[in-house]
Write a protein that binds this ligand. Sequence first.
Ligand SMILES: Cc1cc2nc3c(=O)[nH]c(=O)nc-3n(C[C@H](O)[C@H](O)[C@H](O)COP(=O)(O)O)c2cc1C
Length: 267
Amino acid sequence: MLRCIQCHFDASVLVKADSGGSDRTCSDPDGVIIHNGSMSKHEGKTTPPMIPLPGYVEYPPQAMLARAREFADDMQRRRSVRDFSSRGVPRGIIEECLRAATAAPSGANQQPWRFVAVSDPAIKRRIRAGAEAEEREFYAHRAPEGWLEAIAPLGTNADKPFLETAPWLVAIFIRRFDRRADGSKVKHYYTDESVGLATGLFLAACQRAGLATLTHTPSPMGFLNEILGRPKDMERPFLLLVVGYPADDARVPDIDRHGVSEVTDWK
Ligand SMILES: Cc1cc2nc3c(=O)[nH]c(=O)nc-3n(C[C@H](O)[C@H](O)[C@H](O)COP(=O)(O)O)c2cc1C
């Protein structure tokens, strides 16, 4: 079966135009052209270019176990922090954590994540004002009773001083589509899954680096598009991450995590 190299649809069904050689343009089921891929012929079949797997490192099973355990121990120490120190964190560290995030797998390799890393105090102040305005509405009117019950053990309220105190806010956007030079759309697939995975890698990288984080979702988050100048039609705010050092007297809710055996079936 001839598959499109980017969207993985069966191109033999969806081929719209054939440039006569090995170039194929295919379309999604709505008939919108989504890309123009280039393939090479190999033994009579059309295949995309391949390279040897780069950078794979195999460890002996004992070392594997030790590495997995050490990583899990580190991840288990991760907590959502809501009391941040104002101590600065060098931009290079945030950049490396973002580099980890950009290694996430993504649907059709479309990498539909966009990050805005904010350290400018004036922008953080505007983000805090925007978030607190939504949070005040949420806590006073919008939140269903069950939701308020669910978050009661966290002790949160509409005040978000950490949005100004913490040295970094990283806003993550889902890029729903791209545009070609001619203005036509390149639709993105599995965007929520892909950006969720990138976010997880970013949080893990921050934890590895010794940074505290908070995943924050003031709802709705449209104010982030306005403050950060992101196009509303193309990009939807996904999460707002707060990153920095915990305050010396930081406290966290006394809550439990499920163990592996509670959330896993082995077959
Ligand atoms: C999608 C998502 C949204 C969240 N939104 C908020 C939020 O808006 N405010 C907040 O204080 N915590 C928020 N959290 C953090 C959770 O409350 C926290 O992860 C959970 O209570 C477990 O605590 P832990 O992260 O310390 O393990 C969010 C977490 C996730 C995954």
